[in-house]
Design a protein around this ligand. Structure first.
Ligand code: CP
Length: 307
């Protein structure tokens, strides 16, 4: 049966480990797998702007022997003129996989429900699961393991917070999400992550106190305070997030060998100081590169299950 990857928990913890192992193999040997040889075409659709996702999927599909068809939704009929379901019915006849960056998770669900080929969430308002595969790969490379590590995410309770909760719990990590009161992550996601952590030996919690939460952290992570679609709230958000910047004072409270993640693009002086972002504990360029390797592994893994 065709599998889709719309949220982090669409795969099991053992499947997550399998994909990460394959990602490491593909990083060592980038042209070893050619599932899209033919070549087959893979659609990559953007309703929102992107640099990393656009480049890493284009390069990854090409490395896997395929042809990337990069589409901006505003240049297609999808949305106002044609339903997502009808778009899926057209695309599935001609492409091997559908990768989509959009707003509502419901749109991705509608696409997947009407597609016989795998659908991948390349970021929605609720989740960024491809980013988390890359982040976990980066942590594994730098720390040699995932299970048992303490990961503290500081910032908006957005799609990245939701994905850290789910994917981190699946990897057996101890995940703490630190946000101001009015920016908490979704209750449904926290409850689901808690249930997953119960099975994997990890844990999840939510805090409003960055200085308290980062003590003993192995990994610190953050994201923009103003996600795509929230631009009109920028001034209010900058006020609300005061005190939630990852700077050298906060980093000094974490483990001395803590690493720092940021999915990028970064806004120096807001969610993270320039000193930390450009400092020796940040592994963000490895993290950005690992989008390529992690997504290639995901596409290979989904292709094997689509047959
Ligand atoms: N991190 C991330 O998804 O980057 P882009 O928005 O540039 O794709």
């Amino acid at each position: 049966m065709t599998r889709h990857f719309l949220r982090d928990d669409d795969i099991s913890p053992s499947e997550q480990a399998e994909i990460l192992k394959l990602a490491l193999e593909l990083k060592a040997n980038p042209y070893a797998q050619k599932p899209f040889a033919g070549p087959k075409t893979v659609a990559v659709i953007f309703d929102k702007t992107s640099t990393r996702t656009r480049v890493s999927f284009a390069v990854g599909i090409s490395d896997l022997g395929g042809v990337p068809l990069i589409m901006d939704a505003q240049g297609s009929q999808m949305g106002a003129k044609e339903s997502v379901a009808d778009t899926a019915r057209v695309l599935e006849r001609q492409v091997a996989q559908i990768i989509w960056r959009t707003y509502a998770q419901a749109g991705l669900q509608e696409m997947a429900a009407n597609s016989k080929v795998p659908v991948i969430n390349a970021l929605s308002d609720e989740f960024h699961p491809c980013q988390l595969l890359a982040d976990l790969l980066t942590i594994q490379e730098h720390k040699g393991k995932l299970a048992g590590l303490k990961l503290v995410y500081i910032g908006d309770g957005n799609n990245m917070a939701n994905s850290y909760l789910l994917a981190g719990a699946m990897a057996g990590m101890h995940v703490v999400v630190v946000t101001p009161e009015q920016y908490l992550p979704s209750d449904e996601v926290v409850a689901r992550a808690d249930a997953i952590a119960f099975e994997t030996g990890g844990s999840v919690s939510v805090s409003k106190n960055p200085a308290e939460a980062v003590v003993g952290a192995d990994v610190l992570a953050t994201d923009t305070w103003v996600s795509m679609g929230k631009e009109s709230e920028k001034a209010q958000r900058v006020k609300d997030f005061a005190g939630f910047t990852i700077d050298s004072t906060l980093l000094a409270l974490a483990s001395p060998d803590a690493i720092v993640l940021h999915c990028l693009p970064a806004y120096r002086g807001y969610e993270i100081s320039a000193e930390v972002l450009d400092g020796s504990q940040a592994v963000i360029w490895d993290e950005a590169e690992n989008r390529l390797h992690a997504q290639k592994a995901l596409m290979v893994w989904l292709d094997q299950r689509a047959k």
